[in-house]
Design a protein around this ligand. Structure first.
Ligand code: PLP
Length: 384
């Protein structure tokens, strides 16, 4: 079976994990800050706060930006459910901004229209907007950031797909146009720690808040306490936090994987280029890439004619090619329907959903396997 995505684990990765297992600390040791600093440095940002998942990192990011009951968060409907769930964890309301038909990312024009409509009609404006860099293709961050100044919202980049991507000369994660950027280290993503995530920021206050909330809201730092410590054993819980920590075992794996990130990316670029060439003039739609950005190519998504959509899934899966669909519009999930969202809310996202197919792309995909995928899809398209 050819999966749509898969981790690539080297002997060096295994060695890195084993050496932590043999060391004094398998959690809360030196591997974690080393990994955090390395990812932040890779992005050209100040702080990295590692977590046990990107979902936890999204939750912490929302809390650090004071998202709570009565607040509103907007995101893209074409994303994993976690991009919206993070607002709900905080008791906030969520809404969705429709996508651009060509880039499959949140449409900045529709964002502008929705903001203007909310302002004019006396509706609520979002406190936070979460663009998602779908498949690794950066969203139009400049346009979103400009609107954030005009309307006073904060920006969290859901970059679960985009580690290694670039936008206008900066790495995704530089947070030049956002407050916080989130990465995921799930095995199908750009690099893996098994489960894991990280929040990147340049703001000291946000980094400290996320660090605190990651570990129960507890501090051992006397300067942050409400009174003089009782003794050297003393700590204080200042707010209600969680245990969202990443282990040193995971961080060591992540650090080792990070050394191969550029090689992974090169391979993904090459595979994407081969798909591009193979499917030129074949009647499918590609994800539009901007000249000012570099996709991390986490996914390779194409849009096939609606009439073939289900057949492509059935036929290719029968041949052992595990094509996938990223994503079902989030608001069509029963949980969100219960909150009052109805079909038709984001027409472009629903059109996309009826056509999208993710083809296998990952560093260890062999050219023989890729040829098999290309042949299978081309055959479907030729048969019509
Ligand atoms: C994978 C993913 C997440 C969640 O990542 P986890 O590390 O699995 O919690 C969030 N957003 C997007 C867009 C994702 O693809």
């Amino acid at each position: 079976m050819i999966p749509y995505g898969r981790q690539s684990i080297s002997e060096a990765d295994i060695e890195a994990v084993v050496s932590v297992l043999r060391s004094d600390f398998i959690t809360q040791g030196p591997a974690l800050p080393r990994f955090e600093q390395a990812v932040a440095a890779y992005c050209g940002a100040s702080y990295g706060v590692a977590t046990n998942s990107a979902t936890s990192a999204l939750h912490l990011a929302c809390l650090a930006l004071d998202v709570g009951p009565g607040d509103l968060v907007w995101t893209s409907p074409i994303s994993f459910v976690a991009s919206a769930n993070c607002a709900r964890f905080c008791g906030a309301d969520i809404d969705f901004v429709d996508i651009d038909a060509a880039t499959f990312n949140m449409d900045p024009e529709k964002l502008a229209e929705k903001l203007e409509h909310a302002r004019k009609s006396g509706g609520r404006l979002p406190k936070v907007v979460i663009p998602v860099h779908l498949a690794g293709q950066p969203s139009d961050l400049c346009a979103i950031s400009k609107l954030s100044e005009e309307y006073g919202f904060r920006v969290i980049e859901d970059a679960a797909h985009a580690l290694g991507g670039r936008y206008r000369g900066s790495a995704i994660g530089s947070c030049e146009h956002s407050d916080i950027t989130i990465f995921s280290f799930h095995p199908v993503k750009l690099l893996t720690t098994g489960e894991g995530g990280m929040a990147i920021t340049n703001r000291t206050d946000l980094a400290e808040r996320m660090e605190s909330l990651r570990s129960h809201g507890i501090t051992r730092e006397p300067s942050r306490m409400t009174r003089t410590p009782d003794g050297p054993w003393y700590y204080q819980q200042l707010e209600l936090g969680f245990n969202y920590r990443m282990t040193d075992i995971q961080a060591a794996l992540g650090y080792s994987q990070l050394q191969r990130l550029d090689a992974f990316l090169q391979k993904r670029v090459q595979l994407a280029g081969q798909y591009d060439t193979a499917f030129t003039d074949s009647g499918i739609r590609f994800q539009e890439r901007q000249a000012d950005s570099q996709s991390a190519h986490h996914l390779y998504i194409v849009r096939v004619p609606r009439s073939l959509h289900e057949k492509v899934f059935t036929a290719m899966r029968e041949q052992g090619i595990n094509v996938n669909l990223h994503y079902i519009p989030v608001y069509l999930q029963p949980y969100y329907q219960q909150l009052g969202f109805v079909a038709g809310h984001c027409p472009e996202a629903e059109q996309y959903y009826s056509e999208a197919v993710s083809l296998p792309i990952f560093p260890d995909l062999s050219s023989g396997q890729q040829d098999q995928v290309i042949l299978a899809l081309k055959t479907m398209l030729d048969q019509g």
